[in-house]
Design a protein around this ligand. Sequence first.
Ligand SMILES: [Fe+2]
Length: 178
Amino acid sequence: MKYYKFLDLPQIPDHLDLNPGEMMREFKSMEYIKDGKISMTSDVVAYQATTELQTWIKDNIIPEYKDVSIRFQYGGDDRTTNGVHTDKTRKFVLQYNLQHADGILTYWKEEGYPELRPEVEIRESGYDYSKLTKLDEVFIPNKQWVLIHTKVLHSVENLTGSRINVQISLDRDSFDNQ
Ligand SMILES: [Fe+2]
C-alpha cells in the first residue's frame, strides 16, 4: 500500500449507537498560507466511541487496535481544510465516513524533505502550500472502509461542512493481504 487502500469490509449497521461520547483529543485551528493568503484550518475533535460500536468493531472488523474515535472536522465556510499534518500517535488509521462533507483526502510532499515524515508531530505549525507538491488525492464516499497511511503529510481539502468519521488507530497494516 502506498498512501491508502479501500477495503471490502462490512458496513456498520444502522442500529448501532454512533453518537460521540466524551472528548478524547482536540486539535485547535491554526494558520496556514495558501496563494500568499493566511487562512485558518478547521478545529478537529476526537470523541470516545460507544462500547456498543467498539464491540461490533472487534467482532466484525479488527480484534486489536490502539483506539477508536468518532472524529469531527468542523469545516465549512472559510475553513475548507483540516490542515496538512502527519499523525503523531499512529502509523495507520482505518477510517469510515459517516458524513464526508465533500472532503478530498490529499497527500503532500514538502520541498526539501522526503515523503515519509515520521518525525513531524501533528499540527506543530501551519504549512505554506507554495512549498508543497500534491502526491495523490482521493474522494472517500460514506460507509466505505479505507486504510490510510498517516506518516506522509496529508490533509482533507474542500470541506464544505463538518466531516464525521469513525477512526480506528493502528500501528501496522493489518490488511497486508488485501
Ligand atoms: Fe491525519
